[in-house]
Design a protein around this ligand. Sequence first.
Ligand SMILES: Cc1cc2nc3c(=O)[nH]c(=O)nc-3n(C[C@H](O)[C@H](O)[C@H](O)COP(=O)(O)O)c2cc1C
Length: 367
Amino acid sequence: MTTTLFTPYTIRQHTIANRLWVAPMCQYSADDNGMPTAWHQVHYGQFATGGAGLIMVEATAVTPEGRITPSDLGIWDDAHITAFTPITQFLTDHGATPAIQLAHAGRKASTWPPTTGNSGTIPPTQGGWETLAPSALPFGSESGVPEADQYATPRAMTEDDITSVIANFVAAATRAIAAGFQVLEVHAAHGYLLHEFLSPLTNTRTDQWGGDITNRSRLAVNIVAAIRERHPEVPLFVRISATDWVDGGYTLDDATITSQLLRDAGADLIDVSTGGNVARAPIPAAPGYQIPHAEHIARNANIAVSGVGMITDPHQADSYIREGRVDAIMVARHMMRDPHFALRAADTLGQDVHWPAQYSRAQGFPA
Ligand SMILES: Cc1cc2nc3c(=O)[nH]c(=O)nc-3n(C[C@H](O)[C@H](O)[C@H](O)COP(=O)(O)O)c2cc1C
């Protein structure tokens, strides 16, 4: 039987209702302690009533200093468990899989929320904090951005810092499961901490955490292995940036090796994105432009993948699945434009999706 966009997808013991998923999107709407607010309840809830199979809650920091901005979600404290539970409960009640992206922003932490209209590092006098990275290289320095426009210089992590961050990810994973999340994703993309370790442009270490691709992958791999050891059954994704889009950066070949190592450490699916580590990198964004990267990783690392990036059309999304290029589709911005995109896509494609009983009188879109 042909696999389509609305064919269920089973990973370990968990079945996801379909393959049209909501990509993680920071909302910069948490309180000062990383707690979700009413915004998150409504924002994520709307995608569940809209038929999405899996909803990936935005980058959620495993430590306070791992937040991109002071308005990011966090999961570094047990108090976060009870705060997230109503969200996961609502999503589960309406047939969607609640998932969460566990994150540490590394040298891209302590920045202004874009919703404030500011950008760049928040100075310590205005509530900013010291950032951590594999090497003491500020964001922007890798691509010759004028010093005034670079982010703050991070502190190079010690062996103890690295040991702590692995433990922080595992503790965050345990809390996320306690809060009702059924899928976890480790954020190793977009120039945040784990990507900084993966890329030779941002990792100039000469110890076991730097150098060849096995060493540069070690932090992400050890985090996945440690989560897998503690939680043998949890479906575990990793988001990576499959290229830095510049010469001398992290490449698709590197990403393929990292993906093999992540698979062997217990990852179930690679969520394939690109970029974010090099300021002002030339990114040839176009509809579906990251699908070839995902397909390459699926074929050569022999692991399930999701594809993301400028996917807005039901036929486009469905064809990537039917042709076996990716196992699932993630949609970000178009889901914010049309939170019921999955209901609309199923209608357009003539495929089955679960409509909320409350919406049954509206079922079917006008031609
Ligand atoms: C407002 C916004 C917030 C985002 N936040 C995250 C995030 O928290 N984690 C992440 O991995 N990607 C994040 N992204 C990237 C998206 O998940 C996605 O990969 C990207 O937008 C491309 O998909 P699209 O063309 O469907 O929007 C964000 C994108 C947007 C527009």
